[in-house]
Design a protein around this ligand. Structure first.
Ligand code: SAM
Length: 261
């Protein structure tokens, strides 16, 4: 039933999504032509994808501590790393999109809710070594592998905060003071997603970018996405179906775009 709903939502998205030529504002035009529609395949991305391939073959077993909406694919406590890598990580297309967003807008302080094995974190971190990536994960055994993956790749600009987002996020934000980009990819439920958005907003500046994963994954996530789009602080939003991008720049007019990706 859930899969059918998702297919239905995707079909709706596909037929309402605009092509890039409808983009009027220079900001949006630049975002589409220089970030969304660009292709990337440099050595950083290639090495992250080599790591993904290794993880997708790993028979190593870990104990999962699940704080979030849980997996619809495998809810057992013990899982193989290869299953986590195949089912939880954003794919290369979206990893590279994150990479281009960081390279283009150069956010300094980057927050990621949901480290998992560190694949998307690697894209965030390697895009700009002058940025600092603060990534959050609740499952200690998963976070341990993520740290191993950062060490393997010599990633130095990343730190993992371990624990439930509901507890760790507010404390960490107080220390960081300002956030330039937030990628929310964990606990895909309506109320927590809205709460994380509101909490991060307190530390946002005019250039802060929010990226939400799985905005159409469930009715709850649809509601959260609609709430975020309607929020008075939100100006431009981009719906790419599997992710939503939100800008709070006050000089932009309030507009919601759905773009094929
Ligand atoms: C979809 S995975 C993240 C995938 C990762 N961003 C990537 O693309 O490589 C979501 C992660 O969020 C973690 N998580 C979910 N809810 C959480 C919570 N309330 N507190 C801490 N971690 C949580 C899960 O343990 C899981 O590892």
């Amino acid at each position: 039933m859930k899969a059918l709903q998702l297919i239905f939502r995707y079909i709706k998205y596909f037929f309402t999504a605009k092509s890039k030529h409808s983009a009027q504002a220079p900001f949006l035009y630049e975002l589409i032509t220089k970030v969304i529609d660009k292709r990337t395949d440099d050595s950083n991305c290639q090495s992250i994808e080599t790591l993904r391939k290794e993880l997708c073959k790993s028979e190593r077993e870990i104990q999962i501590t699940d704080f979030g909406a849980g997996s619809t694919i495998n809810n057992s406590k013990t899982r193989k790393v290869k299953d986590v890598a195949k089912n939880s990580a954003k794919n290369a297309k979206f990893g590279k999109l994150l990479y281009r967003i960081i390279q283009f807008y150069k956010p300094k302080n980057i927050l990621e809710l949901g480290t998992s094995l560190g694949i998307s974190t690697s894209y965030l971190a390697k895009a700009n070594s002058n940025s600092q990536v603060f990534t959050f994960e609740g499952c200690p055994e998963t976070a341990k592998i993520a740290q191993e993956n950062f060490d393997k790749q010599n990633i130095k600009n990343t730190s993992i905060t371990l624990g439930d987002f509901n507890i760790t996020l507010a404390d960490k934000l107080k220390k960081i003071e300002t956030v330039d980009l937030t990628f929310i990819d964990g606990n895909h439920q309506e109320k927590p997603t809205i709460a994380y958005f509101e909490e991060c907003l307190k530390y946002a500046n005019n250039n802060t970018i929010f990226i939400f994963d799985d905005i159409h994954w469930s009715d709850g996530m649809e509601n959260a996405w609609n709430y975020i789009k309607a929020h008075p602080k939100t100006t431009l939003t981009i719906d790419l179906f599997f992710v939503g991008i939100v800008f709070v720049k006050s000089e932009l007019s309030k507009e919601d775009f759905t773009i094929r990706f």
